[in-house]
Ligand binder design. Structure first.
Ligand code: ATP
Ligand code: MG
Length: 430
C-alpha cells in the first residue's frame, strides 16, 4: 500500500472500491440454503465452520440495524439492558438439573487448566435469576424486565441452514419478573406488541404469525412467531381468518377446541421460528429462592417469563422471504445503505464528476450511500452487483441521465426507473 487515502467515513457513506469484500458469482463449498448463498455471494457473511459465520461490513451494518430496532422496542416496554457472561458456572445449572447433557443436549462445555468444568452459555435463565436474588426481594422491586443482546453457543446437530441455525449466534433474550399472574399477563401482551413491531420494522410482519406451541414442562402453551417460507424447519397450521397459527407439535382436537379453530379451515405450511415467548411460572425462582415480600411482610416466589429473538436468524429469514433470482431485496429500515449510486461513466469525465457531486450531496444530507466508484466494470456488471446487494434504491448517473440533467432512480423491487433531479432524489430519500 502506498498511500492512506481512505475516505475514512465508514458510518454513513462508503466507496465500493474501498470495501474489502467482493461479490462472487458462485459460492464455494457446500452451502445449500438461500440465505447463506445470497449473503455469501454478496459478501455480507463469511463461513468459518458449519453454523459459524463472520459478519462482514455489509452484513454487520444490517445486523446492527436489526439490533437497534430490537433494542428500541425492548426499551419501549421498560426492558433494562445488561450483558451477561458467556462462561457459565456449573453450580448454578446443577440447581435446576440443566447441567446434565441428558437434559440439555446442546451444551458446549470447556475446562479450566485445573480441570474445573465451565459451560458456554446456550441460554441465561440460571445466572440471571441467581443475579437478581442479590437485588430483588420486595414487592416494590417488581415488575422488572431485564434483557441482553449477546452471543449464545449451541452444539446444534443440524447446521445446514446458513445463519438460520448457528452453533454460535446472537440472541436477544429478555426475562421478566412479576408479583402475580395478572401483572405477568399484562406484560406478556406488551411483549407480543413489541415483537409485532420488530417483525414489521424488519419487513416480515405480513408473513409472521403468532403461533401456539408447546409450553414444555412449565405451562400449557408458549407462543412462537413463525414466518411463512418453504425454507422453514417447522410445520405450522395457519388460520387466515384469525391471524394466528398452531405448531404441528401441539395440533390436536383439544387444542383446536381450546382456541376455537376448525381443522378444515387451517392451512399447513412451513415456517421459521423467528422468536418465542414463554411463561416460566416459578420454576427458576423456586430453584434460586427468588422471592418477594408483600406489604404485609409475607414471602412469595416471583413469577417469570422469557422472550427470545435470534438476530442472525431474523436476518437470514428476511433474505429467505425477500429475495428474487437476482439477489436480496432489503427492506428500508435494515438495508446496509439507503441508496446505491452507480456512475456509468464509460470514460466520460462529465459523468464521473457529476456522480462525485451527487455523492457529496448525499453525504452532506446524511443519506447512507454506497458509491460504486469502481472503474473498468460494464453497466451489466454493476447492475448485477446492485441487484445482488439489494439496496432499496439504485441511482444511476450516465450520459443519458445527464442529457435530462438528472439521475435515473429505480427501486430494487421495480422493473423500471425514472430520471429525476438531484434535489428530488434527496427529498425522496430523506
Ligand atoms: P429452535 O426451536 O429453532 O431450535 P429454540 O426453540 O431452541 O429454537 P430458544 O432457545 O427459545 O429457541 O431461542 C430463542 C430464539 O433464538 C429462537 O426463537 C430463535 O429465533 C433463536 N435461535 C434459537 N436457536 C438458534 C440457532 N441455533 N441459531 C440462530 N438462532 C437461534
Ligand atoms: Mg423452538
Amino acid at each position: 500500500m502506498t498511500k492512506a487515502n481512505f475516505s475514512g467515513k465508514m458510518a454513513l457513506y462508503m466507496k465500493q472500491s474501498e470495501l474489502f469484500t467482493k461479490t462472487r458469482k458462485e459460492i464455494s463449498g457446500d452451502e445449500v440454503s438461500r440465505n447463506a448463498e445470497l449473503l455469501g455471494r454478496g459478501g455480507f457473511i463469511h463461513k468459518e465452520l458449519a453454523g459459524v459465520y463472520t459478519y462482514l461490513p455489509l452484513g454487520h451494518r444490517v445486523l446492527k440495524k436489526i439490533e437497534k430496532i430490537i433494542r428500541e422496542e425492548m426499551d419501549q416496554i421498560g426492558g433494562q439492558e445488561i450483558s451477561m457472561t458467556v462462561l457459565q458456572n456449573p453450580e448454578l445449572w446443577k440447581k435446576t438439573g440443566r447441567w446434565s447433557d441428558k437434559v440439555v443436549d446442546s451444551w458446549f462445555k470447556t475446562k479450566l487448566k485445573n480441570d474445573t468444568e465451565l459451560g458456554l452459555g446456550f441460554s441465561h435463565e440460571e445466572p440471571l435469576v441467581n443475579l437478581l436474588s442479590n437485588f430483588t426481594s420486595s414487592y416494590k422491586d417488581l415488575p422488572l424486565a431485564v434483557y441482553q443482546i449477546q452471543t449464545k453457543f449451541r452444539n446444534e446437530l443440524r447446521a445446514k441452514s446458513g445463519i438460520l441455525r448457528g452453533r454460535e449466534f446472537l440472541m436477544k433474550d429478555m426475562y421478566s419478573f412479576h408479583a402475580d399472574e395478572e401483572d405477568f399477563k399484562l406484560f406478556y401482551e406488551k411483549v407480543k406488541v413489541a415483537y409485532k413491531n420488530i417483525f414489521k420494522r424488519v419487513g416480515i410482519g405480513h408473513l409472521t404469525y403468532l403461533t401456539f406451541a408447546s409450553g414444555g414442562i412449565f405451562s400449557k402453551y408458549s407462543h412462537e412467531f413463525q414466518t411463512l417460507t418453504p425454507a422453514g424447519e417447522d410445520t405450522i397450521y395457519v388460520s387466515e381468518e384469525n391471524g394466528m397459527a398452531v405448531n404441528s407439535e401441539v395440533l390436536n382436537d383439544e387444542v383446536l377446541e381450546n382456541l376455537g379453530l376448525e381443522r378444515e379451515k387451517l392451512t399447513e405450511t412451513r415456517a421459521i421460528e423467528v422468536g418465542n415467548i414463554f411463561d416460566l411460572k416459578t420454576k427458576y425462582s423456586e430453584s434460586f429462592d427468588l422471592s418477594y415480600t408483600d406489604p404485609k411482610g409475607k414471602k412469595h416466589p416471583i413469577l417469570m417469563g422469557c422472550y427470545g429473538i435470534g438476530l442472525g436468524r431474523l436476518m437470514g429469514t428476511v433474505v429467505e422471504v425477500l429475495s428474487d433470482d437476482k439477489g436480496i431485496i432489503w427492506p428500508e429500515e435494515i438495508a446496509p445503505f439507503a441508496v446505491h449510486l452507480l456512475p456509468l461513466s464509460n470514460g466520460s469525465d462529465k459523468v464521473s464528476q457529476y456522480a462525485d457531486q451527487v455523492y457529496e450531496r448525499l453525504e452532506s444530507s446524511k443519506i447512507e450511500v454506497l458509491y460504486d466508484d469502481r472503474e473498468g466494470l460494464s453497466a451489466g456488471e454493476k447492475f448485477a452487483d446492485a441487484d445482488l446487494l439489494g439496496i432499496p434504491y439504485r441511482a444511476v448517473v450516465s450520459e443519458r441521465s445527464l442529457k435530462e440533467n438528472g439521475i435515473e432512480v429505480k427501486k430494487r423491487i421495480e422493473e423500471r426507473g425514472e430520471i429525476i433531479s438531484l434535489e428530488s432524489l434527496i427529498k425522496m430519500l430523506k
